[in-house]
Design a protein around this ligand. Structure first.
Ligand code: HEM
Length: 472
């Protein structure tokens, strides 16, 4: 290459890399340079994007283990974004909880949030558009709502136990039906009566949405979304996914909305909070739909997965299983005198509560939480983080900050805080963004873990299906 084009190319690369300089390398508002914790150098422009991409497919989470070696905090540049991975309880508590008022926004995601979700999934919305949605959802955490929902949780759980009896080989499907129908009833007010195809479509919405997070280069270089639409070659693909998602959501939402409008809807979060005159959401109809449907999708998959992991743990650690069953027999009786555990037993069944926490620590459902982004420059222990820096909990590293971390040992949680699932555990995120369903989730896990351990003897079969017998 002659010298002219080579210089032109170098200048072009320089300009592009300056324009897309990662957030963490920019200056602070007062003109000081940033000062970040150590981390991998990464490639020019892309940073560690390729490593992150490979890491996402890796069941052993090598990438997360590797970056934790840098210390309590690790800086990782990813395209035009900078993430600080928080690798210890201490720094998570400092940054996510104590400084929650300035680390509760999210970075722009024109694809996953914009085109796929029509800016309706609060989970990944920035602070300005998230806070009104959060206000409305907050009632899900209130004591009176939890009491009402508790009755439905117990009822659906009883149905799940019956399903185990009649179709033990489909044990994991019963977990999904339970999780989906509880949250469906809470949000939309009706027991679940959907076809297999409708359920599959909704589950696909979650799968495609989660899959879209971080998978398009545009979400790592959000400025590219400012290009004229004719140049946005990626647009058609993601928009058609978003349109399909919209149609699936609408097919679930429209009948309930009609009932609410006609005054025939049963009690539900949608009728009594979201569309209620006193508390109603201040956005439009489409936003209401996304808010309601997001709750259903966020609440189903997570609870189902946690129950599946619990079964795996009970098979691998029979001594924990026996200890849990002894606790239940002691409180709920044995043989002919036995009764099913109920939610008010929580205070007395602390080992069961500890199992729920250990399930989430041992095999975390979220190996990294969504980014908690700084809404102002932050000075912290000698480091200077510019506005826009993202903080992400490295759940793999944080969850291993205990003795013999590879083992499933619920006793490690027997410390007086067993009944508070968020105490010492960051699986529900933290700060102002903490999972809005975490109390519901805790109660679902508790009631089902207790009942399954009381009633079922789990044994591994030679095929992937479990062999299950009923306890006497
Ligand atoms: C084992 C069960 C669950 C786990 C591990 C879990 C985990 C999480 C995490 C990590 C976040 C992000 C928090 C952050 O950014 O700091 C989140 C947000 C959220 N979760 Fe959960 N979750 C669970 C169950 C549920 C349930 C049962 C519901 C619904 C009833 C739910 C609804 C939501 C919603 C709507 C958000 C977004 C909240 C917002 O935008 O403010 N989750 N969850």
């Amino acid at each position: 290459m002659s010298i002219g084009p080579a210089v032109f190319l170098l200048v072009l690369i320089f300009i592009v890399s300056q324009y897309f300089k990662p957030t963490g390398k920019r200056k602070l508002i007062d003109g000081r340079s940033s000062h970040l914790p150590p981390g991998p150098k990464g490639l020019p422009l892309l940073g560690s994007l390729l490593d992150l991409k490979t890491g996402r497919q890796d069941p052993n989470h090598k990438f997360l283990w590797e970056i934790a070696k840098y210390g309590e905090m690790t800086t990782v540049h990813l395209g035009a974004k900078t993430w600080i991975f928080l690798n210890s309880h201490r720094v998570v508590s400092e940054i996510i909880a104590k400084r929650g008022s300035v680390t509760n926004t999210r970075s722009p995601m024109p694809i996953a949030s914009g085109l796929v979700s029509r800016d309706g999934r609060s989970l990944i919305l920035p602070q300005e558009t998230w806070s009104e949605r959060r206000r409305v959802m907050h009632s899900l955490l209130s004591g009176s709502a939890l009491k009402q929902y508790g009755e439905w949780q117990e009822l659906e759980s009883t149905q799940m136990m019956a399903e185990y009896l009649f179709q033990p080989e489909k044990w994991y499907k019963h977990h999904y039906r339970y999780a989906n129908s509880v949250v469906h009833r809470i949000v939309l007010g009706e027991r679940l009566a959907k076809s297999t195809q409708e359920l599959a479509d909704l589950q696909n919405c979650v799968t495609f949405f989660v899959g879209s997070i971080g998978s398009s280069i545009i979400d790592w270089f959000p400025e590219l979304a400012r290009l004229p639409k004719v140049l946005q070659f990626w647009r058609a693909h993601w928009q058609s996914l978003g349109d399909w998602n919209y149609r699936v959501y609408n097919s679930w939402w429209a009948p309930i909305k009609k009932q609410v409008d006609e005054g025939t809807a049963p009690p539900s979060f949608v009728r009594d909070v979201l569309l209620n005159e006193d508390t109603r959401y201040k956005g439009d109809d489409q936003d209401c739909m996304y808010l309601a449907m997001q709750l259903i999708e966020a609440g189903s998959d997570t609870t189902r997965e946690a129950l599946n992991i619990m079964v795996m743990a009970m098979l691998e650690y029979p001594e924990a299983f026996q200890k849990a069953r002894a606790e239940i027999d002691h409180i709920c009786g044995y043989g002919k005198n036995a009764r099913l555990p109920v939610l008010v037993d929580m205070d007395n069944l602390r080992f069961i509560c500890a199992i729920a926490k250990e399930v989430l620590r041992w095999r975390p459902i979220f190996v990294a939480t969504p980014d908690h982004v700084a809404s102002q420059d932050i000075d912290f222990e000698g480091y200077r983080f510019p506005l826009g820096t993202g903080f992400v909990i490295n759940e793999v590293a944080v969850g291993s900050e205990c003795e013999n971390s590879g083992a499933f040992d619920p006793d490690r949680w027997m410390n007086g805080h067993e009944t508070d699932i968020s105490h010492g555990l960051w699986q529900f995120g933290g700060g102002r963004r903490i999972c809005v369903g975490y109390r519901l989730a805790q109660r679902s896990l508790f009631i089902n873990i207790a009942r399954l351990i009381q009633c079922i003897d789990f044994k591994a079969a030679s095929c992937p299906i479990l062999f299950i017998t009923m306890s006497q």
